[in-house]
Design a protein around this ligand. Structure first.
Ligand code: 13P
Length: 254
């Protein structure tokens, strides 16, 4: 079984003071957690400060995006190397909010993926269908096309550090979660595709995690699915007690 991966995506929330308060609470609440990879993705401005506060805790830091060049005249952008330097170990790529609002495409996600791995950051590649695509029966074809294009050209030796986050767009911030069975069906299709692309041996460490209105009430049933290896949590990750309960999920029947 893969080590579960639970990520709190704070999105554009929390200044340095609020971020520090939340991490200090989480440090207490997460004491003793050692069988789950716990990751938080604060805004860029809080990362360096939090790198001190998360040392000697189960929490690891994650960026919410990068640009693919190392440095240069790219006003407003931050490189993978800069995030690693600030203390990050992971980076979220291709979140649907970036795809929908900032023109992110599978091609740009692919460039960012290779840049992240160059800097030894572990990429979390987000994919997911719209409600129209799901209702048209196209969820799996949409998601697998995104995975195929986002991971194009990746060498088999690097794929083990990649995680895929399945986040159906209609479930993000809506309070509407995919049923555990629907999530499992898509996760299974993603896993089969990754095996097909990279071979079972290289790809067996790839984690496929679910995101979209994950909370303390639905995490146990989601994590009980055989192909759900973790969660990408938005709103509920801003509340210390709730996020800690998500990290301490209970397997129902795994
Ligand atoms: P919510 O958990 O707020 O629905 O957000 C999900 C998400 O987008 C995580 O990246």
């Amino acid at each position: 079984m893969l080590t579960p991966l639970i990520i709190g995506n704070w999105k554009m929330n929390n200044g340095i003071r609020e971020a520090a308060d939340l991490v200090i609470k989480l440090r207490e609440l997460l004491k003793g957690v050692d069988s789950v990879d716990v990751v938080i993705a604060p805004p860029f401005t809080a990362i360096y400060h939090l790198s001190h506060l998360t040392a000697d805790s189960p929490m690891q830091l994650c960026g919410q995006d990068i640009f693919w060049e190392k440095s240069g005249a790219y006003t407003g952008e931050v490189s993978a190397e800069m995030l690693a330097d600030a203390g990050c170990r992971y980076v979220i790529l291709g979140h649907s909010e970036r795809r929908q609002r900032f023109g992110e495409s599978d091609a740009t996600v692919n460039k960012k993926l290779l840049a992240a791995l160059r800097a030894s950051l572990k990429p979390i590649v987000c994919v997911g269908e719209t409600l129209e695509e799901r209702e048209a029966g196209a969820a799996i074809s949409r998601v697998t096309a995104q995975v195929r294009a986002s991971l194009a050209g990746l060498s088999g030796s690097l794929v083990k550090d990649v995680s895929i986050a399945y986040e159906p767009i209609w479930a993000i911030g809506t309070g509407r979660t995919a049923s555990p069975q629907d999530a499992e069906e898509v996760h299974n299709a993603i896993r089969e595709l990754i095996y097909e692309m990279f071979g079972t041996h290289s790809a067996r460490g790839v984690r496929v995690i679910y995101g979209g209105s994950v909370n303390a009430g639905n995490i146990d049933s989601l994590m009980s699915q055989p192909n759900v290896d973790g969660a990408l949590v938005g709103g509920a990750s801003l509340k210390a007690e709730e996020f800690a309960r998500i990290v301490r999920f209970k397997h129902a029947a795994r």
